[in-house]
Ligand binder design. Structure first.
Ligand SMILES: CC(C)(COP(=O)(O)OP(=O)(O)OC[C@H]1O[C@@H](n2cnc3c(N)ncnc32)[C@H](O)[C@@H]1OP(=O)(O)O)[C@@H](O)C(=O)NCCC(=O)NCCS
Length: 228
């Protein structure tokens, strides 16, 4: 099995129906519900360059796409699906890595978020730098939350005033990541300065010692000259 993970284009629209069927079957199996997508919607994601598709030669194996919310302040990597025969071999991880890369390139300032009940997705998200958050940290865009209406657990979401549900919210905040890597860089710079100071003081001590040795040697020479 040699599965390729590609940025989807208009060349892949022929797979749209198969993708939506696979999503619906998986949602039914899990019984947790999923926002319904039409083949036309999936096609639009492909033509807009906002999707990733996994193909085993020409056979469809997996898919994921990007959605933007709150006027681009937020981005979600949604609709992740891997066909049962390709599961547990790291394909979802590869797809998520690719769609994350695409999201960071297309929307570098946006926060990337997701809501999920899937342990596999939580695991992959954590590896990518997502942190678990309460729903209050996610987009307030009504259209996003409307997507939950087709989920079987929608009553829980409404009952709790959209504060919690069975899904866990996770977010990747590029600002926080920038600050983190700046601190890491800073501590690296600090360590480098400390190292330089240490080397400088060691050199100074060595020079002092050498001077002392030279003095000893020259007084020895003087003595020896004197003796002669
Ligand atoms: C969830 C799904 C995408 C995972 O796909 P996959 O290709 O099997 O996942 P991977 O092989 O890349 O696994 C990634 C990690 O998750 C773990 N994992 C995979 N399936 C898991 C499961 N059902 N329960 C717990 N952990 C799981 C793997 O062991 C792996 O971790 P590891 O590297 O530490 O061993 C796939 O099962 C699927 O399509 N399910 C139906 C649709 C769905 O639930 N989509 C997510 C909507 S948010």
């Amino acid at each position: 099995m040699s599965v390729e993970v590609l940025f989807a284009t208009d060349k892949h629209v022929g797979y749209a129906e198969e993708i939506t069927i696979a999503m619906a079957v998986a949602a039914k199996e899990r019984g947790t519900g999923i926002a319904k997508r039409s083949p036309e919607y999936v096609m639009s994601k492909m033509t807009e360059g906002k999707a990733v598709i996994a193909l085993d030669n020409k056979k469809f194996a997996g898919f994921c796409y990007i959605e933007t919310w709150g006027h681009g302040k937020y981005v979600a990597n949604s609709g992740l699906i891997v066909l049962p025969e390709y599961r547990k071999s790291g394909l979802a991880r590869k797809i998520k890595e690719k769609i994350f890369e695409l999201s960071r390139t297309k929307f570098p300032e946006s926060k990337i978020f997701g809501i999920t009940t899937s342990l596999a997705v939580m695991k992959i998200n954590s590896e990518l730098g997502y942190k678990p958050v309460t729903f209050s940290e996610l987009t307030t865009d009504e259209t996003f939350w409307k997507g939950c209406q087709s989920c079987t657990n929608y009553d829980i979401l409404t009952r709790t005033n959209r504060s919690l549900c069975l899904c866990t919210g996770m977010i990747y905040d590029p600002e926080k990541e920038k600050a983190k890597s700046k601190n890491e860089r800073k501590s690296l710079a600090d360590r480098w300065t400390q190292f330089k100071e240490f080397m400088f003081s060691r050199k100074a001590k060595k020079q002092e010692l050498l001077k002392g040795e030279e003095k000893k040697e020259s007084s020895y020479d003087t003595n020896s000259v004197l003796v002669k």
